[in-house]
Design a protein around this ligand. Structure first.
Ligand code: ATP
Length: 419
């Protein structure tokens, strides 16, 4: 017979076992739910990466309202991770995270490692030095270290980076990452192996840029500005266009750099409040303090004359240009010596005409960037048409020659049969 005490013990044991079983079921149930919820979130993120936030052509606008309000991991898809040049950084940097625009944030330590402790300097700008950085897989980037005495707060800097990260075009130098860490701010750009246009035009050691290359560079710059003025939403005014801000890649294709950054005031001995670089600043802006797209057009006009003459604005370029404008075809007299006899003067004159229009005193009389692109394209087209006509004429000529040859053979044959 089982006594009462045993019954109580059996009852308690069964209760405890049941409790353990229920607790285990609840525990495994929660884990299963969490795992599936995670998988669902990953799947959603992957499908979000296909949103067309990054655009790559003219006339395409960027929807800031969508992309600013969502923190979308742009580089989240497996495919992008595998092929991305920044994959090493992605895997090694636990602190990095994408900003709203998809530009990745890096720690100071990672940038220090990639730049080999900031050893290879590419150049020095008003913002600070620019270093070359190489990642273990061999990808190369340029790291711009901004002066630490900047008045800009961290939040403003991040907003600026977010906006910059949304501007993508084949004629703009791509921003790929940034760093705000240990009181330092850095911007990480794609590397442009042929350096700046000013260096190529004014440094003796550099190879001579051919006329064809210069014409293509003018067209590339105008496409870059066209995207900023007419393709980006909201539109972006560069405010500091100059040959030092035009960078060239390994194929000598030009890209506009330093767009959209908060520009420091120009120092000219007094506190003028002007922003930009002397020699390139629209005189109208100097008198009104109003910077418009047409002020960018003025600066572009100066750059076109640099391409034609290889005279720096600080070396009285405008005086030469004004003198040359007094005579028809006066631009022939100020053409870069290295191009004399090496280019089509008709094309040079046409490009100079476009540049003159960019420099008109009244901003509203200056052409829009779209018109400028079309006009430069026409010069290139004109050459192609000429080539076609010449090759057509060449074909006609060789056809006539072979007709004569056939007739000669026929005559010889006739003469020999008569004999
Ligand atoms: N993405 C890049 N790839 C290769 N070299 C670069 C890159 N960015 C800048 N550099 C080099 O660093 C130099 C300094 O660039 P930075 O943009 O800081 O100054 P800047 O344009 O010359 O002058 P400022 O700061 O007054 O506009 C450039 O002239 C160029 O030689």
């Amino acid at each position: 017979m089982v006594n009462r005490g045993d019954l109580v013990i059996i009852g308690i044991s069964a209760g405890v076992a049941l409790g353990i079983l229920i607790a285990a079921l609840i525990f495994f149930g929660i884990r299963w739910y969490q795992k599936h919820a995670n998988l669902r979130r990953c799947a959603n993120e992957r499908s979000l990466t296909t949103l067309p936030i990054r655009t790559n052509g003219l006339g395409t606008s960027i929807d800031l309202s969508v992309s600013l309000s969502t923190n979308i991991p742009i580089q989240g898809s497996e495919k992008v991770k595998k092929s991305s040049p920044l994959s090493w950084w992605n895997n090694h940097n636990k602190e990095r995270f994408p900003s709203a625009s998809g530009v990745l944030r890096y720690s100071y330590k990672d940038v220090q490692k990639a730049t080999q402790n900031f050893t290879t300097i590419l150049g020095q700008g008003a913002f600070g030095p620019v270093y070359k950085a190489t990642m273990p897989a061999g990808e190369v980037v340029a790291v711009k270290v901004l002066a630490s005495d900047s008045k800009q707060g961290e939040k403003e800097f991040q907003t600026e980076v977010s906006l910059l990260g949304r501007l993508h075009h084949r004629n703009l130098v791509n921003l790929v990452g940034y760093c705000v860490d240990k009181g330092q701010r850095m911007l990480i750009y794609e590397f442009m192996s042929n350096g700046s246009l000013s260096n190529l035009l004014y440094s003796e050691e550099q190879q001579v840029l051919s006329w064809d290359e210069r014409l293509q560079i003018a067209l590339d710059i105008s496409h870059g500005i066209e995207y900023l003025h007419e393709g980006a939403a909201p539109p972006v005014i560069h405010r500091d266009l100059k040959s030092a801000n035009i960078l060239l890649d390994q194929s000598m294709r030009a890209k506009v750099a330093d767009f959209g950054l908060s520009k420091e005031e120009v120092f000219d001995g007094r506190n003028s409040g002007l922003k930009g670089t002397y020699g390139y600043i629209d005189p109208e802006y100097m008198s009104t303090n109003k910077f418009t797209m047409k002020s960018d057009i003025y600066s572009f006009g100066v750059i076109i004359f640099e391409l034609i003459t290889a005279i720096h604005p600080h070396q009285n370029l405008m005086e030469y240009v004004n003198l040359a404008s007094m005579a028809p075809d006066g631009v022939d007299e100020i053409l870069d010596n290295k191009l004399v006899g090496e280019c089509n003067l008709e094309e040079v004159r046409r490009l100079a005409k476009i540049a003159h229009r960019c420099l008109l005193k009244l901003p509203r009389k200056r052409p829009s960037i779209g018109e400028i692109s079309q006009a430069i394209l026409k010069i290139k087209q004109m050459r192609l048409d000429k080539r076609d006509t010449m090759s057509f004429a060449g074909e006609e000529f060789s056809r006539a020659v072979s007709r004569i040859e056939v007739q000669q053979v026929e005559l010889v044959r006739l003469a020999s049969t008569k004999e």
